[in-house]
Design a protein around this ligand. Structure first.
Ligand SMILES: C[S@@+](CC[C@H](N)C(=O)[O-])C[C@H]1O[C@@H](n2cnc3c(N)ncnc32)[C@H](O)[C@@H]1O
Length: 202
């Protein structure tokens, strides 16, 4: 029964994504988080880590408008979006040179860093959790290098034993932090989103 409900929900978001012209169902997660936490503003410079196939890039572009700028980064090539102010890079966000590469491709320090990066799922909870923490740590490091003072970070993490340590590290660098699971996220999945606002650049 629960499985049928889950499948119906996935099918629902799949149909909505198609109607809205989004590349991925995950677009609705960002829409829901943005509605709730008011992350993306007109004119913002946004970095989206783990951005393929580009569903979040589409939502971010809609919110920042013509005046803003969106940079998507992924291991995989992202099919071009039809906007001059959306750029994409192929890069590994865990590579120590990633921050510098991203900075070089921004018009100014970023207002928002998003990360929906996910490891390839092995099915072994502890391994998937550890890999997800590695990606979330990479996003946090990049945010520390590219965000302007007062900037925001939204990052996906699979919950598990290292989750609280991660949250505590992020909390030290930002004024406010929330943890959220949007309704478009599968109930059974361990993923949650950490939203941190007010980056304390020193
Ligand atoms: C769930 S998908 C992102 C979906 C995206 N938010 C959207 O709406 O289209 C996760 C992405 O993380 C990327 N990823 C995983 N590890 C990465 C890494 N080390 N560096 C860059 N991207 C990575 C994967 O290639 C994958 O495209």
């Amino acid at each position: 029964m629960a499985k049928q409900r889950r499948e119906r929900k996935l099918e629902h978001y799949y149909r909505m994504a198609k109607q809205a012209g989004y590349r991925a169902r995950s677009s609705f997660k960002l829409e829901q988080l943005n509605e709730r936490y008011k992350l993306l503003q007109r004119g913002n410079v946004v970095v989206d880590l783990g951005a393929a196939p580009g569903g979040w890039l589409q939502v971010a572009r809609k919110e920042v408008g013509d005046e803003g700028f969106v940079l998507g980064v992924d291991l995989q090539e992202i099919t071009k979006l039809p906007y001059k102010n959306v750029k994409t890079l192929v890069a590994d966000i865990t590579d120590p040179s990633a921050s510098e590469l991203i900075r070089q491709n921004l018009p100014r320090p970023a207002d928002v860093v998003l990360s929906d990066a996910s490891p390839k799922i092995s099915g072994v909870w502890s391994i998937d959790h550890a890999r997800s923490i590695e990606l979330a740590d990479a996003a946090f490091t990049i945010a520390g290098e590219v965000l302007s003072r007062g900037g925001e970070l939204l990052v996906k993490v699979f919950q598990g034993e290292f989750f609280q340590d991660f949250v505590q590290n992020v909390r030290k660098k930002f004024d406010r932090l929330k943890i959220s699971k949007p309704s478009a996220s599968r109930k059974g999945s361990s993923e949650v989103y950490v939203i941190a606002k007010g980056f304390k650049r020193v």
